[in-house]
Design a binder for this molecule. Structure first.
Ligand code: S5P
Length: 250
């Protein structure tokens, strides 16, 4: 018999961090474990996508530095309004990868001022335990393993990265293509219902696969949604596929 996973309710009850609680609470309320990745390059596309997929997602993942007309007032303020209207969180996929002092500057300064609006951020753990101390007011999702072909996140790297992730109080979860301990949340990108790759190294799995084999908590879907002819409908499909796969894995 296969090992059973903890339910979102059980994880909610044992969660320590306010952002973990918020994510799990949102998942239960919306019956969704879907995070849409908004890898679009203009404010208009970002806001339109957020509005369309908002009802179906628990978080919108941004790469805010690819928005060519970024402007705090015109990009972030309306994005935050849409997020609060549709009750989803904002996840900035910055993948910090430097010493603590530099990460702190990248997190708080520049035009993006990530600290002022992101609910949680991604960070590499290559800079070591203390490099994560600066992310005090947000949750950190540590990059444990990457989805791309030829990644350097070997077994040994992942083991060491997990030690940091599990012991740091700012860390709420990890990004990985392998199972991780249930004390932190598992976020899995590289999910697509139609494709197995993108010709640029990305490797895709289905929602069924990642819930069954990894016991993932949240799926991250980019092109499967924003490149679709009908992103609203695609988000709804991924939401159902993800939720059904979760229920089946219980
Ligand atoms: O290992 C990873 C980690 C991340 S966060 N592999 C990934 O693909 N990602 C991100 O997930 C990537 O930066 C992109 O924003 C998204 C996947 O997009 P898709 O279009 O391939 O679904």
């Amino acid at each position: 018999e296969e090992k059973k996973r903890l339910s979102y309710q059980q994880k909610f009850e044992q969660a320590q961090h306010s952002v973990s609680k918020k994510l799990l609470e949102t998942a239960l309320a919306k019956e969704s474990n879907l995070i849409a990745s908004a890898d679009v390059t203009t404010t208009k596309e970002l806001l339109e996508l957020a509005e369309k997929v908002g009802p179906h997602i628990i978080a919108l993942k941004t790469h805010i530095d690819i928005i060519s007309d970024f402007d705090y007032q015109n990009t972030i303020i309306p994005l935050k309004e849409i997020a609060s209207k549709h009750k989803f969180l904002l996840m900035e996929d910055r993948k910090f990868a430097d010493i603590g002092n530099t990460q702190e500057l990248q997190f708080t300064s520049g035009v993006f001022r990530i600290t002022d609006w992101a609910d949680f951020v991604t960070s590499q753990v290559i800079g070591g335990f203390e490099s994560l101390d600066c992310f005090k007011n947000v949750g950190v999702v540590a990059i444990i393993g990457m989805s791309s072909k030829g990644t350097l996140t070997s077994n040994n790297y992942r083991e060491e990265a997990l030690k940091i992730a599990l012991s740091h109080p700012n860390v709420i979860g990890g990004v990985s293509q392998n199972p991780i301990p249930e004390e932190i949340l598992l976020f899995t990108p590289g999910v697509n219902l139609a494709d197995s790759g993108d010709g640029k190294g990305q490797q895709y799995n289905t929602p069924e696969h990642v819930f069954k084999t990894l016991h993932t908590d949240f799926i991250i879907v980019g092109r499967g949604i924003y490149k679709s002819e009908n992103p609203e409908q695609a988000a709804s499909q991924y939401k159902s596929a993800g939720w059904n796969a979760y229920l089946t894995s219980l």
